[in-house]
Design a protein around this ligand. Structure first.
Ligand code: GCB
Length: 599
């Protein structure tokens, strides 16, 4: 794309956004960070719902909750007498008529408010999958697009004293120009899938902060604190009691204060996941967090954690609790998934293919698991749609903003299996990479590709996007989607960017637990032996890869995916799991376990 064309494209996107604003589409704000430790009232629990498969609720203006005014009036669309759904939670797993539902569900919750003068109130959503239109007492307060990141609305001045009603139109229809687009290999769980909270703050509050070791240092923190509200010249303090550290500074006219201090930190690592209590204070606010300190970098062809080479023993995980057949969201759900990763011998988890809940990230960090966090920029994204770059940037902001202080997050993955031939793909993702580095310069950035060519027992790894990636992340399914071309141990490799560490971000194949009859050298019988052989061969292949810094089997648990309809072996499940949805370990699990034990 020429510079002129690119400029035109940007202008078009900005104009579109202005138009959306003018037509009353108000956007949600990027949420304040560390919501778990704020002064909040939970709106979790039972919400009343109306199922709206044909979208009539919009026309009936459900949010107005009209009441009959005269004897001849009647109301056809109302929450009264309808079912309730639990929040947080996906709607598909809660009502059997919603099992495969993709469409609109209206949610309603009443709450009581007695906000005092001088205080501010925010309505915060951990995530709503996929579109949310939010109404307060019959007035639209805004919308949010994107199923996996938090957002908020300030409702100070809009909230009434006494009883208030929030109505949310939730819609999980697939969007052509959405993130992800219309096709993906996981279950489309819709609903208010994470916590909803009312957060009360003072007039001026601590909106955001970044407290991490600066790149390449093991003792120096370079960061900032951002206030919202009356902000100039406030005293800002960062305290770490365990280190006897008190750092004082003042906010500038933009409410921002630079942070710079050094200390002898006990560094966070998988072996010793040390977190410190960190207290951030302004004149009117105080927020406490648990923060660990680590350095992650690529030096030459190696990944270094705290200055030492590390092999990333990872596993892919979807945000699904296999035992509940539902979207995972709670600390308990996180523990189910993360304990299984630990048991396999992992020191890292790839949280595929979208940002998982904050519970997941915080639990992983506490357990000593490094985290790979990913945007849902998956396969067929319409990069040339003028709104897509805007959505990409907004989602990136929301993901990095929430988790940038989590030392456990060592990799931001900005895309998975996109195609160089897709118009505007390279431009959009190169620009996104720059934006991500500007938001967080301490973590690694990658793009996952499957564009390599495998021929005559040799790989040619060439994608132009790798130039912008700290890791060469490769998805390859030799032995499953692509047959072996020779002895795995004799595979040859050619790289367009030979000086970067290489990570095998996906490999594997399917097996139905207990399927041990049928020829074990044929894929069509889903035998554990066939899957096990793929793993044994892959391990041989790994020994031929120059600069290998880690591997990541696809996937920890069998998971629901409606595209997987071999009714003998799959039945709506992607069966590439090392463990079944009932917790049974397949043969391949033991092979991977031994490999990690030896690493
Ligand atoms: C892939 C995708 C992953 C799929 C997996 C599969 O390459 O990245 O989302 O689920 O393959 O099972 O085919």
């Amino acid at each position: 794309m020429t510079i002129k064309k690119e400029k035109l494209f940007k202008i078009q996107a900005v104009l579109l956004l202005c138009l959306l604003q003018l037509t009353g589409s108000l956007f949600a704000q990027t949420a304040m960070i560390n919501v778990q430790n704020r002064n909040k009232t939970s709106l979790n629990g039972e919400w009343q719902v109306i199922l709206d498969p044909t979208g009539i609720g919009e026309w009936k203006q459900v949010w107005q909750e009209k009441k009959p005014q005269k004897k001849t009036d009647f109301i056809e669309y109302s929450f009264v007498g309808g079912p309730n759904l639990k929040v947080p939670g996906d709607f598909n797993s809660q009502l059997c008529e919603l099992t495969w539902f993709e469409g609109t569900v209206w949610y309603k919750k009443q709450f009581y408010n007695d906000l005092q003068p001088g205080k501010r109130l925010f309505l915060h959503f951990g995530s709503v999958d996929y579109m949310a239109d939010v109404y307060l007492n019959g007035e639209k307060i805004g919308s949010h697009e994107g199923g996996f990141t938090p957002f908020q609305f300030e409702i100070t001045g809009k909230v009434k004293s006494g009883s208030n009603t929030v109505v949310v139109k939730v819609n999980n229809n697939r969007q052509g120009n959405g993130l992800p687009g219309t096709g993906y290999d996981w279950f489309n769980y819709g609903g208010i899938t994470r916590d909803v909270d009312l957060i009360e703050t003072n007039n001026s509050y601590i909106e955001d902060y970044f407290i991490q070791l600066t790149k390449g240092s093991l003792n120096k923190v370079l960061g900032w604190v951002q206030l919202n509200g009356s902000q100039h010249g406030q005293n800002i303090m960062v305290k770490i009691p365990e280190l006897n550290l008190v750092y004082n500074t003042k906010s500038d006219e933009n409410g921002r204060a630079k942070i710079e201090f050094s200390s002898r930190f006990k560094l966070w690592s998988p072996e010793s996941p040390k977190l410190y209590k960190v207290i951030v204070e302004s004149d009117n606010d105080v927020v406490t967090d648990s923060i660990g300190f680590r350095s992650i970098e690529v030096r030459g062809k190696k990944v270094l954690l705290n200055g030492n080479p590390v092999f990333l023993k990872s596993v892919n995980i979807h945000e699904e609790n296999p035992y509940k057949k539902a979207r995972a969201y709670s600390i308990d759900d996180a523990r189910v998934l993360l304990n299984a990763a630990k048991e396999l011998g992992c020191n890292m988890v790839r949280l595929a293919h979208y940002p998982h809940s904050e519970n997941m990230i915080r639990e992983a960090e506490k357990m000593g698991l490094m985290v790979w966090s990913e945007l849902p920029v998956y396969q067929h994204i319409q990069f040339s749609d003028s709104l897509v770059p805007v959505k990409l940037e907004r989602m990136l902001n929301e993901m990095v903003c929430r988790d940038k202080n989590r030392c456990g997050v060592v990799v931001w993955s900005l895309s998975n299996e996109t195609y160089p031939g897709t118009p505007n793909r390279n431009e959009a993702l190169i620009s996104l990479t720059g934006k991500c580095r500007a938001l967080d310069s301490t973590s690694l950035i990658t793009h996952v590709m499957n564009t390599q060519v495998y021929k005559n027992n040799a790989f040619n790894v060439w994608d132009p996007l790798y130039k912008y990636s700290d890791l060469i992340s490769i998805n390859e399914y030799i032995g499953w989607y692509d047959p072996w071309q020779g002895k795995p141990s004799e595979t040859k490799w050619q790289f367009a960017f030979p000086d970067k560490p290489v990570f095998i971000s996906e490999f594997g194949g399917e097996a139905l637990y207990g399927s041990n009859s049928g020829p074990t050298d044929e894929a069509a019988y889903w035998t554990e032996a066939y899957q096990g052989k793929i793993y044994a061969n892959q391990i041989e292949l790994f020994s031929t890869i120059p600069n290998l810094c880690g591997v990541c089997p696809w996937i920890l648990f069998d998971y629901r995916s409606l595209g997987r309809m071999n009714q003998v072996y799959q039945n709506g499940y992607n069966r590439k799991g090392l463990i079944t949805e009932k917790g049974e370990k397949k043969k391949a699990w033991y092979i991977m376990y031994e490999y990690y034990k030896g690493k």
